[in-house]
Write a protein that binds this ligand. Structure first.
Ligand code: FES
Length: 168
């Protein structure tokens, strides 16, 4: 069955991954549901906060528009089902679980601190880790779990609870 914008729902996420500072915060309009068809992603900026709003196959999710590896904008990546692919190092992240489903090409540490080596996408020349501090930094870069902003849908509006933002 093809889902329509009218039938959109909110994607459940692990409660422990709710973004700090969003408890008891009011919901605010982020964008019209009509502007986020199934399969679409948008970046919405509030102050210093860049929010990724994604209309996945299982509902709408809001998280940071910063890759949990090295902060690239996920909103210009690729969304397949519930998995978003980062445009920078080909890491893939499950918006339903908050976890990486494919580590970046640069390797590094997964959320539990397990090491994953550099890898090469098929059809590309073999990747070689740069020497020295750069390699060390890449090996010690930990991919974090996603953090979620609570979402609700009201009268064709996607509303999100955001933390209090600094003023001035
Ligand atoms: S910044 Fe996204 S995979 Fe590296």
């Amino acid at each position: 069955m093809t889902r329509t914008v009218e039938s959109a729902q909110v994607l459940p996420y692990p409660r422990e991954l709710q973004a700090v500072g969003t408890e008891s915060r009011p919901f605010e309009h982020l964008l019209d549901l009509a502007d986020l068809p199934p399969g679409a992603m948008r970046r919405i900026t509030r102050g210093e906060l860049d929010v990724l709003v994604a209309h996945t196959a299982r509902g709408i999710a809001a998280t940071d528009d910063r890759c949990p590896h090295m902060s690239a904008p996920l909103s210009i990546g690729v969304l397949e089902d519930c998995v978003v692919g980062c445009p920078l190092h080909e890491g893939r992240f499950d918006l339903a679980s908050g976890r990486p489903v494919r580590m970046p090409t640069t390797g590094g540490l997964d959320p539990e601190g397990r090491f994953h080596p550099v890898w090469t996408p098929s059809g590309s020349a073999p990747k070689v880790d740069p020497p020295g501090k750069k390699a060390e930094a890449r090996q010690l870069t930990r991919v974090r779990l996603l953090r979620y902003y609570p979402v609700r849908i009201r009268d064709g509006s996607i509303e999100v609870a955001l933390p209090q933002l600094p003023t001035g």
